[in-house]
Design a protein around this ligand. Structure first.
Ligand SMILES: N[C@@H](CCC(=O)N[C@@H](CS)C(=O)NCC(=O)O)C(=O)O
Length: 211
């Protein structure tokens, strides 16, 4: 497997997920700051030209939530997804997709002080989205019970990213959930890789091609 990755980006979420899965993978280092990015060749990897993207023998694809859902199903022994007939499956899909479909647009609209019509916007509005999410972040265990799943990873990673860049308010439940998820071994391993890759990127951006 190959992860198209750039440090200090949303690609961290997929890196963390690969570590949760114990997957064997290589990093394809993408320089999203290169003026040539996204190249026509990289657009064949991800039509949006964004990171992350994953290649696993078949057609490469992008979108973090798609990568998470794909990996959770590929490594069933890691129990990062309820199986297809499990009654929790619907909620699992809902919360895994909640990040890109609801939180991302809501936090960007908030950070740009962009008023939205909550009935018309699919994500409602920022406060509505955050109020919907908060009661589903338990103090113990995870969103769907005792097992940590891809939905927990995606929500925790999105909250971290949003709070770090001031796009999501640091509600105590958000901070606690993100910190608890961040204590996981796979997160720590992904953070080490991220630090190493970030240092390499800063030292010599020229080695990081536009792909
Ligand atoms: N919806 C995408 C968003 C990915 C995204 O926005 N990636 C940013 C970095 S955080 C990027 O690749 N930016 C470079 C560009 O837009 O060319 C996902 O969830 O994977």
């Amino acid at each position: 497997m190959k992860l198209f990755y750039c440090p200090r980006t949303r690609a961290f979420t997929s890196l963390w997920m690969l570590e949760e899965c114990g997957a064997h993978y290589d990093l394809a280092r993408v320089n999203i700051l290169d003026p040539e990015h996204p190249t026509p060749s990289y657009r064949t990897v991800n039509p949006m030209g964004k990171v992350a993207a994953l290649e696993d023998g078949g057609t490469p694809f992008g979108e973090t939530a798609a990568i998470l859902l794909y990996l959770a199903d590929k490594f069933p022994a890691k129990r990062l997804a309820p199986p297809p007939n499990d009654p929790r499956r619907g909620r699992y899909l809902q919360w895994t997709l909640f990040s890109p479909i609801v939180i991302e647009p809501a936090m960007v609209a908030k950070s740009q002080a962009n008023p939205v019509n909550t009935r018309a916007a699919g994500w409602g509005d920022y406060e509505r989205a955050m109020d919907a999410l908060e009661p589903h972040l338990p103090k113990d265990g995870w969103m769907l019970g005792p097992d940590f799943m891809a939905c927990d990873l995606n929500i925790a990673s999105t909250l971290r990213f949003g709070m770090q860049f001031g796009m999501i308010d640091k509600r105590p439940a958000f901070v606690a959930f993100a910190e608890r998820a961040g204590a996981r071994q796979a997160f720590q391993k992904a953070s080490e890789i991220e630090s190493r890759e970030h240092a390499a990127f800063e030292a010599d951006k020229a080695k990081w091609v536009a792909q």
